[in-house]
Design a protein around this ligand. Structure first.
Ligand code: SAH
Ligand code: SF4
Length: 352
């Protein structure tokens, strides 16, 4: 017996081709797509507008599976973390961060991460493998199952209203799969999440930034974390390959000709390393030099067992924020979420 094909691995075009190949009319592919991504159905037998014989054939040849929930934890602030397992036993963590009547799901793109940022818990776990298209989409579908957000809400109220591609892994190092997955998630006849509600964060893989955004239409966040190459290379080894100037140039290219394109620069404040008033001023000059329209997102360092850094004091972070703000760059301080369950930024890890 040949292995069954997992349908969530296929883009819409691929699914169409598959179903036509199968000897069915194109509109059957559309109906199937809607069952999978609009209704969230995983059982072919419940796809009531498909003929019995077609359902039976589908069952023989295909699967629609979800990553398995191995463990879940809910923080005192309602942040929800899941440990998910894929078919081969590999695992990632996913987090849902609820706000009043909306919320963001933080999804992963790789098992582990090869970037090795010194402050990041995920980075201390080597890269095992890229996630597949279906594994990336499947994470969001699991969250939708848990919060019973099927069929896809057609009005604007969604509890799972946003996606941040800020879990484990460097998305631009798994670009093909990430692009396909985001295109599935934002497809109008399925989950139909607006592209403007998806933010992809990169550690700065400069040559892929423009391509990634052109192919997905989502928003860009860059983990900057330092105002110059000396500091950045110390804490983010990728900076030795792609210097700040290259990252800035890519950001500027991305913004050219489209004024709605704002970039978020994530800036993690590490005590005594990148948090002085001089560093703030250096950052301002850097952004002005490249004429970037940007906001900052100041992140307090979330410690994890065995890390060598300390978070900056509250007062230092506030001063840093004010300096940027006075220069015209909004710089809100991100409120940490889910710290008690190690669900905050940079704390995800999924050792077997
Ligand atoms: N790999 C991507 C996205 C995931 S990380 C990236 O690096 O951009 C999401 C954000 O959390 C990044 O800005 C990352 O630098 C930051 N981060 C990593 N470790 C952290 C820690 N210990 N405390 C706070 N933020 C952290
Ligand atoms: Fe990877 Fe992002 Fe962590 Fe760096 S901060 S090691 S890029 S997950």
């Amino acid at each position: 017996m040949t292995d069954k094909i997992e349908l969530t691995e296929l883009t819409r075009e691929e699914l169409n081709a598959e179903i036509i190949n199968f000897g069915e009319k194109p509109f059957r592919a559309k109906q199937l797509w809607q069952w999978i991504y609009f209704h969230g159905e995983t059982d072919f037998n419940k796809m009531s507008n498909l003929s019995l014989s077609f359902r039976k054939k589908l069952e023989e040849k295909y699967t629609i599976t979800r990553p398995k929930i191995v463990k879940e934890q809910i923080s005192i602030d309602k942040t929800h973390k899941w440990l998910l397992e894929f078919k081969d036993g590999e695992r990632v963590e996913m987090v849902y961060i609820p706000e009043k009547d909306r919320g963001a799901v933080c999804i992963s793109t790789q098992v582990g991460c090869a970037m090795g940022c010194k402050f990041c818990h995920t980075g201390s776990q080597k890269l095992t493998r890229n996630l597949t298209v279906g594994e990336i989409v499947g994470q969001f579908m699991v969250a939708r199952d848990v919060y019973k957000e099927w069929p896809s809400p057609t009005n604007e109220t969604r509890y799972l209203s946003n996606i941040v591609v800020m879990g484990m892994g460097e998305p631009l190092n798994n670009l093909d799969n990430v692009v396909k997955a985001l295109n599935i998630i934002t497809d109008n006849e399925g989950i139909s999440l607006s592209r403007r509600r998806v933010t992809m964060s990169t550690s700065g893989i400069a040559p892929k930034i423009v391509e990634a955004l052109q192919k997905t239409g989502v928003r860009l966040a860059v983990s900057l974390h330092a105002p110059n190459n000396t500091i950045r290379s110390q804490i983010m080894p990728i900076n030795k390959k792609y210097k700040i100037e290259e990252v800035m140039k890519a950001c500027s290219e991305y913004q050219q000709g489209d004024h709605s394109r704002y970039i978020t620069f994530e800036y993690l404040l590490l005590k005594g390393i990148n948090d002085s008033t001089e560093h703030a001023k250096e950052l301002i000059s850097l952004l002005r030099k490249y004429k970037l329209r940007a906001t900052f997102n100041l992140i307090g360092f979330n410690p994890w067992p065995g890390c060598g850094f300390e978070p900056s004091d509250r007062k230092t972070i506030e001063e840093f924020s004010q300096i940027l703000d006075k220069a015209g760059f909004a710089a809100p301080i991100r409120v940490p979420r889910g710290q008690d369950i190690l669900a905050a930024c940079g704390q995800l890890k999924a050792k077997k």
